[in-house]
Design a protein around this ligand. Structure first.
Ligand code: GLN
Length: 532
């Protein structure tokens, strides 16, 4: 079932197998026809997670990278769109030599080719592939068929895990296993037999129910693993370890249990830093991608939230995230005063016009009242707009993304992007992925990184306009990071003597923050917030 926790299950199992001395790779399969996740609405689908290579992927890839502390590659993400596109292009170039091209075997072959190539990286002894969607969906049926064929061809090397939800209806108060039994049966009807069940439920599965499922499905009770609801997703590997999921997987795959390699100590240290962090630090995130119907979803900003957490825990503080709706500050500027109750503010990335003026007002308030402020991508661009309007007096300064006719286009479209926009060539065409940047000697940002050469991940079409850059800099906003040739502004900052923390980055540092390796920009931001 979607949203049941397959991503966290996959990532947590990865942590456990790694702790047992095995190299692990993780692969996400998304059955939709979008070629990548870059064109999807963040309110409905959550954040787009960008890899070093520039591939725009599902937010689960972010969880994978964070849990395992690795950088994944293009091979590790597969969509139906990618698979079909490849098959159709191959057909168009006579790659099937006159054969009739069919879903089976051509699409399933292409799926298997991708999975096997992802599995053959140096870093992996074991590759865990997460298939998105629910058993019974038409959309993922070919991926399940490909998994079945892989298992038939390599019976000792492939195993199947079903992540299933076991509800405890409030009116009955008893855990129901029937939906899981039916899901196993349905999977059996595809010819794919489950070796293990991860039982997602509000509470742990008791012995009686494990036995009941075992009887109904032929899966040994010891291979039914409890995955109860918990406060923090980072507790999941520890919880899994209690049910010995790692040993069970090694048994099924007939791999040796290595001695002395059961090392979850770093992970446990991180968990105890969460528990130890009691004093709050209040961070406001001014966004717009979180109201859907009656629900507030924060998935669109998941990497930002996690990056805040890692740095806050690292400083012994408990992060309290306050969602600020940018639109509110537009209607009612007296509500800006509520910002003074925050320790710091983050303006995350985004696109389009909604809430822009509210964000600019927030930036102005934080600059004048010396509230620590971190701007990410669009956030950085709007910091430049704010500075141009209120310090340089360029009243209608703007980004041409919103106002193409402004007298002061302080942010404008990158020259190579213009043609793409005219052709409506939107998919996968932004400036994407890891690029190096050079930091100015003696700048605040250089002190923070402790080096003047960095590499960070990007996702943007617009940039600071070089023809106005000098004037802005002369007025005090320092462009302390640029591309190596100096042509693209990567960081805007106010010197530390003028503001405790006023830094914006054209890149997305949140994409490289890891639990065991918090990001220096976020850590310095939190430190400034704590001092305030
Ligand atoms: N909309 C801006 C651009 O395309 C910022 C993008 C972002 O925040 N990821 O440049």
């Amino acid at each position: 079932m979607s949203g049941v926790g397959k991503g966290i299950t996959t990532a947590s199992l990865g942590v456990i197998l790694k702790s047992k001395g095995y190299g692990v790779n993780l692969v996400k399969v998304d059955p939709y026809l979008n070629v990548d996740a870059g064109t999807m609405n963040p309110t409905e689908h959550g954040e787009t997670f960008v890899l070093d290579s520039g591939l725009e992927t599902d937010q689960d890839m972010g969880n994978y990278e964070r849990f395992l502390g690795i950088s994944l590659t293009e091979n590790d993400y597969v969509t139906s769109g990618m698979v079909y596109r490849h098959v159709i292009e191959k057909e168009r170039s006579l790659g099937y030599h006159g054969k009739c091209v069919e879903a089976i075997p051509h699409v399933t072959d292409e799926i298997m080719r991708r999975i096997t190539s992802a599995a053959s990286t140096d870093r992996s002894d074991i590759t865990i592939v997460e298939i998105g969607g629910t058993i019974g969906d038409y959309q993922n049926a070919l991926f399940i068929e490909a998994a079945r064929i892989l298992k038939v061809r390599h019976p000792e090397d492939v195993m199947t895990i079903l992540v299933s939800y076991m509800p405890v209806p409030g009116t009955i108060g008893e855990m129901k296993t029937k939906p899981t039994q039916n899901a196993v049966r349905q999977l059996n009807s595809y010819g794919l037999h489950t070796d293990m069940i991860v039982a997602r439920a509000p509470v742990s599965v008791d012995k009686k129910r494990k036995e009941k499922i075992a009887n109904a499905t032929s899966i040994p009770a010891q291979n039914i693993i409890s995955a109860p609801d918990i406060d923090s997703i980072y507790d999941v590997p520890i919880n899994f370890a209690r049910d010995n999921i790692g040993d069970r997987v090694l048994d099924i795959l007939q791999l040796v249990h290595k001695r002395g390699e059961h090392d979850l100590s770093e992970w446990k240290k991180f968990i105890s830093s969460i528990k130890r962090s009691q004093k709050p630090v209040r961070i406001g995130i001014v966004g717009k991608y979180f109201d859907t119907g009656d629900f507030v979803l924060s998935d669109a900003y998941i990497s930002v939230i996690e990056a805040i957490k890692f740095s806050a825990y690292g400083c012994g503080k408990k992060p309290e995230i306050v969602w600020l709706n940018a639109k509110k500050f537009e209607k009612n500027s007296s509500s800006l005063k509520t910002l003074s109750r925050l320790d710091g503010i983050i303006i995350p990335g985004g696109f389009g016009e909604t809430g822009i003026e509210g964000k600019i007002r927030t930036i102005e308030y934080a600059r004048k009242n010396k509230i620590p402020l971190l701007g990410l991508c669009y956030g950085m661009q709007l910091m430049v707009v704010e500075y141009a309007r209120h310090v340089l007096g360029w009243k209608d300064a703007h980004t041409t993304e919103i106002n193409p006719k402004t007298t002061y286009p302080v942010i404008h479209v990158m020259s190579d992007q213009e043609k793409k926009l005219l052709k409506a060539d939107y998919g996968g065409t932004m400036r994407l992925g890891a690029y190096p940047a050079i930091l100015k000697k003696g700048s605040y940002t250089e002190t923070i990184y402790g080096t003047n050469k960095i590499s960070e991940r990007h996702r943007h079409r617009y940039e600071v306009n070089n023809s106005l850059r000098m004037e802005i800099e002369t007025a005090g906003l320092v462009f302390s990071g640029t591309s190596p040739d100096g042509s693209l502004a990567e960081i805007a900052e106010l010197p530390r003597k003028n503001h405790p923390f006023f830094i914006g980055s054209q890149f997305h540092p949140e994409l490289l923050a890891r639990p065991l390796r918090p990001h220096p920009l976020f850590t310095s931001f939190i430190k400034a917030c704590v001092k305030k």
